[in-house]
Design a protein around this ligand. Structure first.
Ligand code: NIG
Ligand code: FE
Length: 397
């Protein structure tokens, strides 16, 4: 992660949806006569950024809760009185697939405008078979329609819905519904690549997460886990035990959890924007994770409750200023390692021959300026699979 592989004065050749070559301009010009050229003019061309953790399908924003937290209410306390995720669930259930697609389309294009070309998108505000499938269909529809690369994750285990919390045995019945109905239907319809669980005291216990993820794995889904976000609970160790592709959040991970991730392929996905927005002082021990040998990714956690930012470069700023990553480490965390957190390490996140032509052009002269101009939108253009996605200020042929 210390070496982001930065090269100067090189050109990138793209044929179709693939990067064909990286080399000296004159040589590539001879090798690809008649090619359309785009002059990047001393600016930084990066791999398109990979946002490997979002909850981008939701209805109304939850600015009311931000105000309540400022006045002293805690995130879990708001959830315990029926707000938080429950508020977004009530809202999403009233909306049609078309309405949700309209809302999410604009939001995803905002993510793209900051340089993101691949976005993982979770369900999790439906919490019935029908509403979770509705959400995943919205993701499939937008994946077919938008120039972005979207990776769908089923998060039916985001919360125990209130109607199940209210009845004796309801909790168990909901978990049985997930295992016996929701997972088989989602897997059969191929609506998700990953399954995820919010493992946290008050939400799903470690044992429940193990049961749900084991069933999801048996149904052919790859695994992710919301682990050790607010209270340490052995989530990172569970993710490693189950062979999860990533363990996410980790603000309260234990030393044993750090050691487990360091010895495994499971990517540690850190979401410092969430801690910032919730006003928490704690941050994931990024330095300890990197130094121990874990693969660290950075993502927005874009969602209506805890991280409503579409700006992945801003998360890189937090990676450097709050998590003490170097600029190179932060950039690798949002490209190569973000791709690895989605099982796409050989497909996107690098500018190298054979990779998908997923590129982002930034109006900066030095790649370290990406986390430096914090909150600013320096991205001028993105391409996904060789096709223009977002354009700003740059005439793209
Ligand atoms: O990653 N932790 C659980 N899920 C989201 C928050 C969801 C919400 O509050 O709506 C998260 O922080
Ligand atoms: Fe999340």
């Amino acid at each position: 992660m210390r070496d982001a592989g930065i090269r100067r004065d090189v050109a990138v050749a793209v044929t179709g949806d693939r990067i064909a070559a990286v080399g000296v301009y004159g040589e590539l010009e001879r090798a690809y006569p008649g090619a359309t050229t785009i002059d990047c003019g001393g600016r930084v061309l990066a791999p398109g950024l990979v946002d490997s953790h979002t909850h981008a399908i939701f209805g109304r924003p939850r600015a009311d809760e931000q105000e309540q937290r400022a006045a002293g209410a805690d995130y879990l306390a708001i959830a315990a009185r029926g707000g938080g995720i429950h508020a977004s669930v009530r809202d999403l259930r009233t909306r049609s697939e078309a309405e949700l697609a309209d809302l999410a389309r604009g939001r995803l294009l905002r993510l793209a405008s900051y340089g993101t070309t691949t976005v993982e998108v979770k369900s999790g505000y439906g919490l019935t078979v029908e509403d979770e499938i509705k959400t995943l269909r919205v993701i499939a529809r937008l994946a077919a329609e938008l120039p972005l690369r979207l990776v769908p994750t089923w998060l039916g285990a985001h919360e125990i819905p209130l109607e199940h919390r209210a009845t004796p045995g309801g909790r168990r019945a909901y978990i049985e519904l997930l295992i016996n109905e929701m997972i088989p239907q989602v897997a059969a319809a191929r609506l998700a690549v990953f399954a995820d669980v919010f493992c946290e005291p008050g939400v799903f216990t470690l044992e429940e997460a193990r049961t749900i993820l084991t069933a999801a794995r048996a149904a052919g889904l790859a695994l992710k886990l919301h682990a050790d976000e607010l209270v340490a609970g052995g989530g990172a160790e569970l993710a490693v035990e189950l062979g999860a592709t990533s363990a996410d959040h980790l603000a309260t991970i234990s030393p044993a959890g750090v050691a487990a991730l360091a010895s495994a392929q499971t990517v540690a996905t850190l979401l410092p924007g969430t801690m910032l927005f919730l006003g928490k002082a704690a941050h994931a021990p990024a330095r300890a994770l990197v130094d121990a040998g874990a693969a660290v990714a950075l993502a927005t956690d874009f969602n209506p409750g805890t991280s409503p930012t579409p700006n992945l470069p801003l998360i890189l700023t937090l990676g450097v200023s709050q998590l003490r990553l170097s600029s190179s480490e932060a950039i690798v965390a949002a490209t190569v390692n973000g791709a690895a957190a989605l099982g796409l390490a050989a497909e996107t996140g690098q500018i190298a021959p054979g990779f998908s032509a997923d590129l982002a052009l930034f109006d900066i002269a030095d790649v370290r300026e990406l986390p430096y101009w914090y909150g600013d939108r320096r991205c001028q253009a993105t391409w996904v699979r060789g096709k223009a996605c977002h354009q700003f200020d740059l005439p793209v042929p």
